[in-house]
Design a protein around this ligand. Structure first.
Ligand code: SF4
Length: 351
């Protein structure tokens, strides 16, 4: 990897587009024949279109079960880059579908709900990030994949929670770094690697909700439970974790570890795969400030439903479009990420 500065200078702030029609989509969703066998229809459409369905661990269990591949952001990026399918149906949020389009521009990339955004993406507007970068001209920007294509285009290297530590460790020690947009992940990686990074102050609305006070209460009720937490959680909560890692790392941990009970501090969609992998174990969603975990369901991921998945395949919309210039700029840091994390194995959840 060549770290000679400057990296590709950020240039344009052109946006990507989702081609769709939300009001029409909502209307159509209500008009689906309730007797329709959605699973059978989705399978038929998948075959007719030569499509692959990719689903993130934070999707509902029924969507995960009919997807061709379920994984975290790194796994899904690799799948999107290497699939032979003509159509990628991305059950996740917009930045994920956009990443798939950047990596596989010749394919039709569909997203079941065009409003499926992400609070981390929203916390980092491109115009503000451009000004921020200009304040640190000698820094390179390592940016978490949970951001828009425009932010990727303004970055030097993309990372995920799976490969962030490994990527930072490959950067020469005298090279200053900006880390964006998640300040909790940035702080966690900074502590692990001993690198002093300038952090963009974004957060995830889901992981920010977990309450340390409620977590301590829950641990008192379940003293035999271990805590598995995602590094998007605030540092005071991570202090209570027995294991910290990406969604695939959490899944591996609870499967291989010897305990029988776990408190899971990330979006509860992952518990579906945990229960499948270790049905004899008990998994408890970490609580929010109100003592319950329902507020920790990602409101964006929850927008995707089986009905919308069926409709997006039937109508081939909403479809992701990324202008060529933006795509070329966003591809560079994504390619660097894929090269710098080649030795990290892909999780094996294909359904
Ligand atoms: S869980 Fe947080 S980071 Fe993930 S998509 Fe939802 S808002 Fe974004």
């Amino acid at each position: 990897m060549d770290f000679a500065l400057p990296f590709s200078a950020p240039v344009s702030l052109v946006s990507s587009k989702v081609l769709g029609n939300a009001p029409l989509q909502a209307e159509a969703e209500n008009q689906i024949d309730p007797t329709l066998d959605l699973e059978a229809e989705i399978s038929r459409l998948k075959k007719d279109m030569n499509a692959v369905i990719l689903a993130h661990y934070y999707q509902d269990g029924d969507i995960q079960d009919l997807a061709d591949f379920v994984g975290d952001s790194l796994d899904l990026s690799r799948k999107a880059a290497n699939t032979d399918a003509d159509v990628i149906v991305f059950c996740g949020v917009k930045f994920m579908a956009e990443t798939a389009k950047v990596l596989s521009p010749q394919k039709l990339v569909l997203l079941p709900d065009e409003k499926a955004g992400c609070s981390l993406e929203q916390s980092c507007p491109p115009a503000d990030f451009k000004v921020f970068r200009e304040k640190y001209p000698d820094h390179i920007a390592v940016t978490y994949i949970n951001c828009s294509a425009e932010i990727k285009a303004l970055s030097d290297i993309i990372c995920t929670s799976t490969n962030a530590e490994q990527i930072i460790r490959q950067i020469p020690k005298d090279q200053p770094i900006i880390f964006a947009p998640d300040r909790h992940l940035g702080a966690y990686i900074s502590k692990k690697t001993g690198r002093d990074m300038v952090l963009w102050q974004g957060t995830c609305v889901v992981h920010e909700q977990f309450s340390v006070k409620e977590m301590v209460k829950l641990k008192t009720i379940h003293p035999d439970a271990k805590v598995a937490a995602h590094p998007e959680c605030p540092e005071d909560l991570l202090k209570h974790a027995d294991h910290i890692g990406s969604t695939s790392s959490l899944l591996k941990y609870v499967t291989e570890d010897s305990a029988q009970k776990y408190i899971i501090a990330t979006e509860p969609g992952i518990i579906h795969q945990m229960q499948k992998a270790a049905p004899h174990k008990e998994f408890i969603g970490a609580p929010g400030a109100d003592g319950k975990c329902s507020c920790n369901t990602c409101p964006f991921m929850a927008l995707n439903t089986m009905e919308k998945l069926y409709l997006t395949m039937k109508n081939k919309t909403p479809a992701i479009e990324v202008p060529d210039t933006l795509r070329a700029q966003a591809l560079l840091p994504l390619d660097r990420m894929l090269k710098m994390s080649q030795n990290i194995p892909t999780s094996k959840i294909s359904t």
